[in-house]
Design a protein around this ligand. Sequence first.
Ligand SMILES: *Cc1c(COP(=O)(O)O)cnc(C)c1O
Length: 461
Amino acid sequence: MSFKTIIEPFKIKEVEPISVTSEEERVQYLKDAHYNPFMLKSEQVLIDFLTDSGTSAMSSRQWAAMMEADEAYAGSKSWHRMEAVIKDLTGYNYILPTHQGRAAERILYSHLGGKGKVFISNTHFDTTRANIEFSGAEAIDIPIEEAKHPMLDHPFKGNIDTKALEELILKYGAENIGGVILTVTNNSGGGQPVSMFNAKEAQKICQKYKVRYFIDCCRIAENAYYIKHREAGYENKSYKQIAQEMFALADGGVMSAKKDGLVNMGGFLALKDKKLADECTNLLIITEGFATYGGLSGRSMEAISVGLEEVFEPAYLQYRIRSTAYLGEKLYKMGVPLIYPIGGHAVYIDAKAFYQHIPVNEYPGQAMVCELYLKGGIRSVEIGSVMFGKYDKERKLIPAPNELVRLAIPRRVYTQSHIEYVIEVFEKILIGKDEVRGVKIVEEPEFLRHFTAKFERLNKT
Ligand SMILES: *Cc1c(COP(=O)(O)O)cnc(C)c1O
């Protein structure tokens, strides 16, 4: 029997109050935060869609496992459990525990990167790009053409452009390619999935030119959901089998367990090759910690072990993907332009299309982020020219390809009525949209500027 209503497949055992604020209060809070929601205090936020990273609600099984954790410096029982779970999932022999995804990235990409090296991805996530560029290497994104058109329907809009991949390898020379990174799902590209077919095509090219191939596997369970339901030949495979098949194609995986690990902190680097793993382990010990805990406590390792199992449960994944799509589909019907189809962990609004009167150098995405907070206390993030814009020699903005606002949905945290509230906030925002002006940046750091940049709102002219 199937039902139209997909319920949250959990009961609530513990509650955390949300602080309710008024619009007048929020005007002041946002001003104090320099119009950058990263600088808001979380208690000033009603619905926190800033990120799905590290914001999951843990299960009673995870909390129970944490109580059993072994905090030994070396050879902890919790480490052996986590190592076994990740080996089973990835099929790789060498597992390096890190405090979060970017620590794994820094270790791997600083080792394989450096001046003259090039990394190629469907889309580098912002910390991935920053780690690569910080090493002196270059990061090139080659999503498929369809991904550049927000409203264009395609079942696997996260795919990498394999023709461009081969051309780039030939252009730069295989020996200069630090690695090919397949991000699943493609976070910055709209949380869109990558097909197994595409992952296999990319593997063939990497093998042909002997280029290393990595999977940024933060959301590989969510990606597996799409493969099972959208790609022929996978209907009868389990979500975990699909993930395992994808891991088998690559030389390694980088994971932020703060996503599909269903934990608040943690990550790992998993590698096939012993020599590379040994070299990375040296770097791990210098900055993260000893090889059997990296940057993690025994408690965190226990939570990750359970989380990596729970995330593949069919009822969980169905609820997860469908509840994100529910929000997106409602907004779409109201006439909010967004990336379609809806991705796995977030709804991405096309702010350039929403605020057509705001030029990109006045950051329409950041303007929407401010409106969502002011009108409804919703915290979201700009994924556009604030995050990915660059300057040319005259310090003129080279804008990002898209001006998006991401509503990232924390896992197992909000219920249907929270989502209905968000939809109502959008109704209000649609009404006043032509009055909204953009922002200007008044202070910014050199890397990852969206975290700490300060803004001012432009006045009506
Ligand atoms: C979150 C994320 C990272 C970085 O992980 P952190 O745990 O935040 O350091 C890398 N890649 C992707 C695709 C991500 O979503």
